[in-house]
Design a protein around this ligand. Structure first.
Ligand code: HH2
Length: 273
């Protein structure tokens, strides 16, 4: 087991991650996200929920305007911007918490960073938009690089791996190198094996179990298991009823040295960990 402390630079500030786990609160400003779709499409409600999460203990608020649930379709850029920008602008005035924009579009990332966001959470790890790495580099922002097999439309069509952890770790190492080559220093990068993105229930459980093997990448490890379908498959419960599974995964992840947990139920997970 590794409980390594790793530096992370966000907007010029350096943090040593690894002592206390950081929580990233999920705010989906979407009509169709798998667990909270439609709840926070109204910007005022999204802002209120994000501030509540900051109060409950979120270090980072992750604002997304496009669902990536299995089978979801892309949203036009203007629509995505219209969803996330008012929320980011309002939050920047109201909270010192870090603000992350969950997007794969460079145009959305650029506008969000200009509006005060501190980092970009890109589920395509800079592969979705060729301009993304340059936008992050120029803004001096931090970024999450996540593994996904295929696209949200196709990712759950019979995903297979010969060497699950080895292939995903190799992918993340390659994406960190590509980001560095594009001008984003490694100190600003966070890695994520992408639970639920082109993985079966067994794949997700194996990734949770073997997550410490990702510490070899030398970058802070983020995990997103909150309310996901693999927990629902075990609990036989709908998304909002998967809190026990979410907490179990959170506690196990802290014990294995994860640095950042991306969760919807910030208060409950904060108390548990
Ligand atoms: N999971 C989701 C979205 N973004 N980003 C990272 N880095 N890691 C994840 O595991 C991850 C993510 C899916 O969850 P959610 O945002 O709640 O749902 P939706 O994509 O339907 O909006």
């Amino acid at each position: 087991m590794t409980h390594e402390t790793l530096p992370l630079r966000i907007r010029g500030q350096r943090f040593d991650l690894g002592g206390r786990v950081w929580l990233m609160g999920v705010v989906n400003v979407t009509p169709d996200s798998f667990s909270d779709g439609g709840l926070y499409l109204d910007p005022a409600r999204a802002v209120d929920r994000a501030l509540e999460m900051a109060f409950e203990g979120a270090d980072i608020l992750d604002i997304g305007g496009e669902s990536t649930r299995p089978g979801s379709q892309p949203v036009p850029e203007t629509e995505e911007l219209g969803r996330v920008l008012p929320v980011i602008r309002a939050l920047r005035k109201k909270t010192p918490a870090f603000i992350s924009v969950d997007t794969a579009k460079a145009g959305v990332a650029r506008a969000a960073l200009d509006a005060g966001a501190d980092m970009v959470n890109d589920t395509t790890a800079f592969r979705g938009d060729p301009a993304m790495a340059g936008v992050v580099a120029r803004a001096g922002a931090a970024a999450v690089l996540m593994h996904m097999r295929g696209t949200p439309a196709t990712m759950q069509d019979d995903p297979r791996y010969d060497d699950l952890v080895g292939e995903i770790r190799g992918f993340l190492a390659e994406r960190v190198a590509a980001a560095e080559a594009a001008g984003v220093p490694a100190e600003r990068l966070i890695v994520d094996p992408g639970l639920g993105f082109g993985k079966t229930v067994d794949h997700n459980l194996e990734l949770l179990r073997r997550q410490a093997e990702f510490h070899a990448l030398g970058r802070p490890l983020l995990l997103g298991f909150s309310r996901k379908a693999f927990l629902g498959a075990i609990l036989d419960r709908p998304p909002a009823g998967r809190l026990e599974g979410t907490i179990a995964a959170a506690v196990l992840s802290v014990e294995r040295g994860a640095h950042i947990l991306r969760v919807h139920d910030v208060g409950a997970v904060a108390r548990a960990v």
